[in-house]
Design a protein around this ligand. Structure first.
Ligand SMILES: Nc1nc2c(ncn2[C@@H]2O[C@H](COP(=O)(O)OP(=O)(O)O)[C@@H](O)[C@H]2O)c(=O)[nH]1
Ligand SMILES: [Mg+2]
Length: 366
Protein backbone atom coordinates (compact mmCIF):
# COMPACT_ATOMS: atom_id res chain seq x y z
CA UNK A 1 0.00 0.00 0.00
CA UNK A 2 1.31 3.43 -0.95
CA UNK A 3 -0.42 6.12 1.09
CA UNK A 4 0.05 9.78 1.86
CA UNK A 5 -1.87 13.02 1.69
CA UNK A 6 -3.66 14.28 -1.40
CA UNK A 7 -1.18 15.33 -4.08
CA UNK A 8 1.91 13.73 -2.48
CA UNK A 9 2.68 11.68 -5.59
CA UNK A 10 1.09 8.31 -4.77
CA UNK A 11 -0.29 7.58 -8.23
CA UNK A 12 2.97 8.61 -9.88
CA UNK A 13 4.87 6.26 -7.56
CA UNK A 14 2.38 3.42 -8.05
CA UNK A 15 2.90 3.67 -11.82
CA UNK A 16 6.70 3.61 -11.38
CA UNK A 17 6.63 0.58 -9.10
CA UNK A 18 4.13 -1.23 -11.32
CA UNK A 19 6.28 -0.66 -14.36
CA UNK A 20 9.37 -1.86 -12.59
CA UNK A 21 7.68 -5.05 -11.43
CA UNK A 22 6.08 -5.80 -14.78
CA UNK A 23 9.40 -5.20 -16.55
CA UNK A 24 10.72 -8.00 -14.37
CA UNK A 25 7.93 -10.26 -15.64
CA UNK A 26 5.66 -10.02 -12.61
CA UNK A 27 1.92 -9.64 -13.03
CA UNK A 28 0.70 -6.53 -11.25
CA UNK A 29 -2.83 -5.50 -10.23
CA UNK A 30 -3.56 -1.96 -9.14
CA UNK A 31 -6.33 -0.78 -6.86
CA UNK A 32 -7.34 2.86 -6.67
CA UNK A 33 -9.68 4.27 -4.10
CA UNK A 34 -11.66 7.42 -3.67
CA UNK A 35 -14.69 8.97 -2.01
CA UNK A 36 -16.25 9.59 -5.42
CA UNK A 37 -16.20 7.86 -8.79
CA UNK A 38 -14.78 8.76 -12.21
CA UNK A 39 -11.24 8.97 -11.03
CA UNK A 40 -8.42 10.64 -12.83
CA UNK A 41 -6.04 8.19 -11.15
CA UNK A 42 -7.79 5.18 -12.67
CA UNK A 43 -7.82 6.80 -16.11
CA UNK A 44 -4.13 7.55 -15.78
CA UNK A 45 -3.04 4.11 -14.59
CA UNK A 46 -5.15 2.36 -17.22
CA UNK A 47 -3.63 4.60 -19.89
CA UNK A 48 -0.30 2.98 -18.94
CA UNK A 49 -1.88 -0.39 -19.67
CA UNK A 50 -2.03 -1.66 -16.09
CA UNK A 51 -4.93 -3.79 -14.85
CA UNK A 52 -6.65 -1.37 -12.49
CA UNK A 53 -9.72 -1.70 -10.29
CA UNK A 54 -11.35 1.29 -8.67
CA UNK A 55 -13.08 1.27 -5.29
CA UNK A 56 -15.34 4.31 -5.30
CA UNK A 57 -17.55 5.78 -2.61
CA UNK A 58 -15.41 5.47 0.52
CA UNK A 59 -11.98 4.57 1.82
CA UNK A 60 -10.44 1.07 2.05
CA UNK A 61 -10.95 0.96 5.80
CA UNK A 62 -14.68 1.61 5.51
CA UNK A 63 -15.04 -0.59 2.44
CA UNK A 64 -12.75 -3.42 3.45
CA UNK A 65 -14.83 -6.02 1.64
CA UNK A 66 -14.70 -4.01 -1.59
CA UNK A 67 -10.94 -4.16 -1.35
CA UNK A 68 -11.14 -7.94 -1.27
CA UNK A 69 -13.66 -7.94 -4.12
CA UNK A 70 -11.33 -5.77 -6.20
CA UNK A 71 -8.45 -8.16 -5.57
CA UNK A 72 -10.70 -11.08 -6.57
CA UNK A 73 -11.73 -9.37 -9.80
CA UNK A 74 -8.11 -8.69 -10.62
CA UNK A 75 -7.26 -12.28 -9.79
CA UNK A 76 -9.91 -13.50 -12.25
CA UNK A 77 -8.67 -11.27 -15.05
CA UNK A 78 -4.90 -11.06 -14.59
CA UNK A 79 -3.90 -13.26 -11.63
CA UNK A 80 -1.52 -10.64 -10.18
CA UNK A 81 1.43 -11.74 -8.12
CA UNK A 82 1.64 -8.25 -6.67
CA UNK A 83 -1.17 -5.88 -5.77
CA UNK A 84 -0.44 -2.21 -5.28
CA UNK A 85 -3.16 -0.24 -3.58
CA UNK A 86 -3.45 3.53 -3.32
CA UNK A 87 -5.67 4.59 -0.42
CA UNK A 88 -7.61 7.88 -0.43
CA UNK A 89 -5.31 10.76 0.45
CA UNK A 90 -7.48 11.89 3.37
CA UNK A 91 -7.41 8.48 5.01
CA UNK A 92 -5.40 7.28 7.99
CA UNK A 93 -5.29 4.40 10.52
CA UNK A 94 -4.52 1.95 7.72
CA UNK A 95 -2.64 -0.59 9.83
CA UNK A 96 -5.47 -1.16 12.31
CA UNK A 97 -8.23 -1.05 9.72
CA UNK A 98 -6.70 -2.56 6.61
CA UNK A 99 -3.37 -4.34 6.85
CA UNK A 100 -3.87 -6.02 10.24
CA UNK A 101 -7.37 -7.25 9.35
CA UNK A 102 -6.02 -8.46 6.01
CA UNK A 103 -3.31 -10.38 7.79
CA UNK A 104 -5.57 -11.75 10.52
CA UNK A 105 -8.35 -12.85 8.17
CA UNK A 106 -6.56 -13.56 4.91
CA UNK A 107 -2.99 -14.08 5.98
CA UNK A 108 -2.77 -17.26 3.94
CA UNK A 109 -3.52 -15.37 0.74
CA UNK A 110 -1.45 -12.24 1.13
CA UNK A 111 1.91 -11.13 2.42
CA UNK A 112 1.56 -7.48 3.38
CA UNK A 113 4.58 -5.34 2.57
CA UNK A 114 5.62 -2.37 4.73
CA UNK A 115 3.23 0.54 4.19
CA UNK A 116 4.82 3.60 2.61
CA UNK A 117 3.47 7.08 3.26
CA UNK A 118 4.52 9.81 0.87
CA UNK A 119 4.78 13.51 1.57
CA UNK A 120 5.12 16.47 -0.76
CA UNK A 121 8.19 18.20 0.71
CA UNK A 122 7.00 21.78 0.30
CA UNK A 123 3.68 20.97 1.93
CA UNK A 124 5.49 18.98 4.66
CA UNK A 125 7.95 21.80 5.44
CA UNK A 126 4.91 23.92 6.30
CA UNK A 127 3.05 21.20 8.18
CA UNK A 128 6.10 20.37 10.31
CA UNK A 129 6.60 24.08 11.04
CA UNK A 130 9.94 24.49 9.27
CA UNK A 131 8.65 27.02 6.75
CA UNK A 132 5.75 29.47 6.47
CA UNK A 133 3.08 29.33 3.81
CA UNK A 134 -0.52 28.49 3.05
CA UNK A 135 -1.66 25.34 4.80
CA UNK A 136 -4.73 23.58 6.12
CA UNK A 137 -6.57 24.02 9.39
CA UNK A 138 -5.71 22.09 12.51
CA UNK A 139 -8.05 19.11 12.14
CA UNK A 140 -6.95 18.47 8.58
CA UNK A 141 -3.35 18.62 9.77
CA UNK A 142 -4.25 16.05 12.44
CA UNK A 143 -4.96 13.56 9.65
CA UNK A 144 -1.80 14.54 7.77
CA UNK A 145 0.37 13.93 10.84
CA UNK A 146 -1.38 10.66 11.73
CA UNK A 147 -0.56 9.40 8.25
CA UNK A 148 3.14 10.07 8.78
CA UNK A 149 3.02 8.67 12.32
CA UNK A 150 1.84 5.28 11.15
CA UNK A 151 4.16 5.00 8.15
CA UNK A 152 6.40 1.94 8.14
CA UNK A 153 8.40 3.93 5.63
CA UNK A 154 8.01 7.71 5.48
CA UNK A 155 8.87 8.79 1.98
CA UNK A 156 9.85 12.37 1.23
CA UNK A 157 8.89 12.51 -2.44
CA UNK A 158 9.64 15.20 -5.08
CA UNK A 159 13.25 15.54 -3.94
CA UNK A 160 13.85 17.23 -7.31
CA UNK A 161 12.02 20.31 -5.97
CA UNK A 162 14.31 21.06 -3.02
CA UNK A 163 18.02 21.55 -2.38
CA UNK A 164 19.71 19.07 -0.02
CA UNK A 165 19.68 21.55 2.86
CA UNK A 166 15.90 21.99 2.87
CA UNK A 167 15.44 18.24 2.47
CA UNK A 168 17.67 17.64 5.47
CA UNK A 169 15.78 20.14 7.62
CA UNK A 170 12.55 18.39 6.70
CA UNK A 171 14.04 15.01 7.57
CA UNK A 172 15.15 16.35 10.95
CA UNK A 173 11.74 17.86 11.64
CA UNK A 174 10.03 14.53 10.91
CA UNK A 175 12.45 12.60 13.14
CA UNK A 176 12.07 15.17 15.92
CA UNK A 177 8.32 14.58 15.89
CA UNK A 178 8.43 10.82 15.27
CA UNK A 179 11.70 9.52 16.73
CA UNK A 180 13.06 6.40 15.04
CA UNK A 181 10.93 6.87 11.93
CA UNK A 182 12.52 5.29 8.87
CA UNK A 183 12.66 8.03 6.23
CA UNK A 184 13.68 7.79 2.59
CA UNK A 185 14.02 10.61 0.09
CA UNK A 186 12.94 9.97 -3.47
CA UNK A 187 11.69 11.55 -6.65
CA UNK A 188 8.96 9.52 -8.28
CA UNK A 189 9.40 11.84 -11.23
CA UNK A 190 13.13 11.64 -11.95
CA UNK A 191 13.69 8.24 -10.33
CA UNK A 192 16.07 9.35 -7.58
CA UNK A 193 16.03 6.95 -4.61
CA UNK A 194 13.44 4.61 -6.08
CA UNK A 195 15.73 1.57 -6.16
CA UNK A 196 16.31 1.72 -2.41
CA UNK A 197 12.69 2.41 -1.62
CA UNK A 198 11.24 -0.32 -3.82
CA UNK A 199 13.82 -2.80 -2.53
CA UNK A 200 12.65 -2.01 1.01
CA UNK A 201 9.01 -2.46 0.01
CA UNK A 202 9.76 -5.81 -1.57
CA UNK A 203 12.07 -7.01 1.16
CA UNK A 204 9.61 -8.43 3.59
CA UNK A 205 6.49 -8.25 5.62
CA UNK A 206 5.23 -5.22 7.49
CA UNK A 207 6.41 -5.32 11.10
CA UNK A 208 3.42 -5.83 13.42
CA UNK A 209 3.39 -3.22 16.16
CA UNK A 210 0.61 -1.89 18.35
CA UNK A 211 -1.44 0.31 16.06
CA UNK A 212 -1.46 4.02 16.86
CA UNK A 213 -4.33 5.66 18.70
CA UNK A 214 -6.66 7.75 16.59
CA UNK A 215 -9.28 10.19 17.81
CA UNK A 216 -12.08 9.39 15.38
CA UNK A 217 -13.96 12.54 16.33
CA UNK A 218 -11.12 14.81 15.20
CA UNK A 219 -10.42 12.57 12.21
CA UNK A 220 -14.08 12.82 11.11
CA UNK A 221 -14.15 16.57 11.61
CA UNK A 222 -10.91 16.96 9.66
CA UNK A 223 -12.25 14.91 6.76
CA UNK A 224 -15.49 16.89 6.79
CA UNK A 225 -13.55 20.13 6.27
CA UNK A 226 -12.38 18.85 2.91
CA UNK A 227 -14.67 19.39 -0.03
CA UNK A 228 -14.60 16.91 -2.93
CA UNK A 229 -15.72 17.49 -6.43
CA UNK A 230 -15.65 15.08 -9.35
CA UNK A 231 -17.08 15.91 -12.72
CA UNK A 232 -17.02 14.76 -16.30
CA UNK A 233 -17.44 17.16 -19.16
CA UNK A 234 -17.70 16.57 -22.88
CA UNK A 235 -15.63 19.07 -24.81
CA UNK A 236 -15.94 19.60 -28.53
CA UNK A 237 -14.81 22.21 -31.01
CA UNK A 238 -15.15 22.73 -34.73
CA UNK A 239 -11.50 23.73 -34.94
CA UNK A 240 -8.86 21.44 -33.41
CA UNK A 241 -7.50 22.82 -30.14
CA UNK A 242 -4.40 22.29 -28.03
CA UNK A 243 -5.41 20.05 -25.09
CA UNK A 244 -2.55 21.28 -22.92
CA UNK A 245 -3.35 24.93 -23.48
CA UNK A 246 -6.98 24.26 -22.58
CA UNK A 247 -6.16 22.26 -19.43
CA UNK A 248 -3.72 24.91 -18.23
CA UNK A 249 -6.22 27.66 -18.91
CA UNK A 250 -8.86 25.76 -16.96
CA UNK A 251 -6.53 24.97 -14.05
CA UNK A 252 -5.57 28.64 -13.87
CA UNK A 253 -9.22 29.73 -13.94
CA UNK A 254 -10.07 27.33 -11.10
CA UNK A 255 -6.97 28.30 -9.14
CA UNK A 256 -7.77 32.03 -9.24
CA UNK A 257 -11.32 31.41 -8.07
CA UNK A 258 -10.23 29.08 -5.23
CA UNK A 259 -7.76 31.71 -4.11
CA UNK A 260 -10.42 34.39 -3.88
CA UNK A 261 -12.66 31.97 -1.92
CA UNK A 262 -9.73 31.27 0.47
CA UNK A 263 -10.12 27.57 -0.23
CA UNK A 264 -6.76 25.81 0.18
CA UNK A 265 -6.34 23.33 -2.66
CA UNK A 266 -5.16 19.85 -1.70
CA UNK A 267 -5.19 18.39 -5.20
CA UNK A 268 -6.76 19.46 -8.46
CA UNK A 269 -6.24 16.91 -11.21
CA UNK A 270 -7.75 16.79 -14.63
CA UNK A 271 -7.43 14.58 -17.67
CA UNK A 272 -8.59 15.01 -21.21
CA UNK A 273 -9.12 11.81 -23.23
CA UNK A 274 -9.71 12.42 -26.94
CA UNK A 275 -12.79 10.61 -28.28
CA UNK A 276 -10.88 9.37 -31.30
CA UNK A 277 -7.75 8.14 -29.55
CA UNK A 278 -6.77 4.67 -30.68
CA UNK A 279 -3.85 4.49 -28.26
CA UNK A 280 -5.70 5.58 -25.12
CA UNK A 281 -3.37 8.54 -24.70
CA UNK A 282 -4.46 11.32 -22.42
CA UNK A 283 -3.38 14.77 -21.32
CA UNK A 284 -3.27 15.45 -17.59
CA UNK A 285 -2.72 18.52 -15.44
CA UNK A 286 -2.22 18.79 -11.68
CA UNK A 287 -2.18 21.50 -9.05
CA UNK A 288 -1.18 20.60 -5.48
CA UNK A 289 -0.95 23.97 -3.71
CA UNK A 290 -2.62 27.35 -4.14
CA UNK A 291 0.72 29.05 -4.66
CA UNK A 292 1.98 26.70 -7.35
CA UNK A 293 1.78 26.51 -11.11
CA UNK A 294 -0.50 23.91 -12.70
CA UNK A 295 1.71 21.16 -14.11
CA UNK A 296 1.23 18.92 -17.09
CA UNK A 297 2.09 15.34 -16.27
CA UNK A 298 0.96 13.76 -19.56
CA UNK A 299 0.91 15.28 -23.00
CA UNK A 300 -0.92 14.65 -26.25
CA UNK A 301 1.00 14.88 -29.48
CA UNK A 302 -1.83 16.09 -31.65
CA UNK A 303 -4.49 18.75 -31.46
CA UNK A 304 -7.92 17.55 -30.37
CA UNK A 305 -11.44 18.26 -31.62
CA UNK A 306 -13.43 16.45 -28.95
CA UNK A 307 -12.92 14.43 -25.83
CA UNK A 308 -13.87 13.71 -22.28
CA UNK A 309 -12.59 15.92 -19.50
CA UNK A 310 -12.47 14.54 -15.95
CA UNK A 311 -12.01 16.99 -13.09
CA UNK A 312 -11.17 15.81 -9.56
CA UNK A 313 -10.82 18.62 -7.04
CA UNK A 314 -10.10 18.23 -3.33
CA UNK A 315 -9.78 21.42 -1.30
CA UNK A 316 -10.50 22.74 2.15
CA UNK A 317 -13.75 24.49 1.32
CA UNK A 318 -17.50 24.03 1.10
CA UNK A 319 -18.56 21.60 -1.66
CA UNK A 320 -21.05 24.04 -3.23
CA UNK A 321 -18.31 26.67 -3.41
CA UNK A 322 -16.12 24.17 -5.25
CA UNK A 323 -19.05 23.49 -7.60
CA UNK A 324 -19.41 27.17 -8.44
CA UNK A 325 -15.65 27.58 -8.84
CA UNK A 326 -15.45 24.71 -11.33
CA UNK A 327 -18.55 25.72 -13.33
CA UNK A 328 -17.36 29.31 -13.64
CA UNK A 329 -13.79 28.27 -14.36
CA UNK A 330 -14.97 25.93 -17.10
CA UNK A 331 -17.08 28.63 -18.75
CA UNK A 332 -14.22 31.11 -18.58
CA UNK A 333 -11.65 28.67 -19.99
CA UNK A 334 -13.92 27.43 -22.80
CA UNK A 335 -14.63 31.04 -23.80
CA UNK A 336 -10.93 31.44 -24.61
CA UNK A 337 -11.25 28.79 -27.34
CA UNK A 338 -13.68 30.31 -29.87
CA UNK A 339 -15.37 27.23 -31.32
CA UNK A 340 -15.40 25.19 -28.11
CA UNK A 341 -18.46 23.77 -26.39
CA UNK A 342 -18.12 22.26 -22.93
CA UNK A 343 -21.11 20.20 -21.76
CA UNK A 344 -21.22 19.08 -18.16
CA UNK A 345 -22.25 15.40 -18.15
CA UNK A 346 -22.02 14.69 -14.47
CA UNK A 347 -20.99 16.62 -11.38
CA UNK A 348 -20.90 15.54 -7.77
CA UNK A 349 -19.58 17.46 -4.81
CA UNK A 350 -19.69 16.46 -1.18
CA UNK A 351 -17.85 16.19 2.09
CA UNK A 352 -16.52 12.75 3.00
CA UNK A 353 -18.72 10.97 5.55
CA UNK A 354 -17.61 9.98 9.04
CA UNK A 355 -15.01 7.22 8.82
CA UNK A 356 -16.46 3.99 10.22
CA UNK A 357 -14.03 1.13 9.61
CA UNK A 358 -15.32 -2.37 8.86
CA UNK A 359 -12.64 -3.82 11.18
CA UNK A 360 -10.24 -2.32 13.67
CA UNK A 361 -7.50 -4.53 15.06
CA UNK A 362 -4.90 -2.81 17.23
CA UNK A 363 -2.59 -5.74 17.67
CA UNK A 364 -1.76 -8.86 15.72
CA UNK A 365 -1.10 -12.05 17.69
CA UNK A 366 2.66 -12.62 17.98
N1 LIG B 1 8.40 17.56 -9.07
C1 LIG B 1 7.83 16.39 -8.81
N2 LIG B 1 6.51 16.23 -8.98
C2 LIG B 1 5.96 15.03 -8.72
C3 LIG B 1 6.73 13.92 -8.27
N3 LIG B 1 5.89 12.88 -8.07
C4 LIG B 1 4.64 13.31 -8.39
N4 LIG B 1 4.69 14.61 -8.79
C5 LIG B 1 3.58 15.46 -9.24
O1 LIG B 1 2.69 15.72 -8.14
C6 LIG B 1 1.36 15.83 -8.58
C7 LIG B 1 0.48 14.85 -7.82
O2 LIG B 1 0.88 13.53 -8.14
P1 LIG B 1 -0.04 12.27 -7.94
O3 LIG B 1 0.80 11.07 -8.21
O4 LIG B 1 -1.30 12.42 -8.69
O5 LIG B 1 -0.36 12.41 -6.37
P2 LIG B 1 -1.42 11.62 -5.44
O6 LIG B 1 -2.58 12.53 -5.24
O7 LIG B 1 -0.68 11.40 -4.16
O8 LIG B 1 -1.77 10.34 -6.12
C8 LIG B 1 1.41 15.55 -10.09
O9 LIG B 1 1.51 16.79 -10.76
C9 LIG B 1 2.69 14.77 -10.25
O10 LIG B 1 3.25 14.89 -11.55
C10 LIG B 1 8.15 14.11 -8.11
O11 LIG B 1 8.91 13.23 -7.72
N5 LIG B 1 8.63 15.37 -8.39
MG1 LIG C 1 -3.61 9.57 -6.64
Amino acid sequence: MIGGFLGAGKTTAVARLAKRLSDRGLRVGLITNDQGRNLVDTAMLRSHGFATEEIPGGCFCCRFNSLLDASRRLTETTRPEVFIAEPVGSCTDLAATVTYPLRRLYGDNFIVAPVSVLVDPIRALRVFGVEQGGSFSEKVLYIYLKQVEEADLAIINKSDLLDPQRLESLRQAIVARFPGKEILTVSARDGHGLDDWFARVESGEQVARTAMQVDYQIYAEGEALLGWLNCTVHVSATQPFDAEAFLKELAGAIQTRLESEHAQVAHLKMTLSPDASATGEIAAVNLVRNDYVPELSYRLEDAVTNGQLIVNLRAEGAPDVLGTVVREGLAAAAAKFPSMRATLDHLEHFRPGKPTPTHRIEQLPA
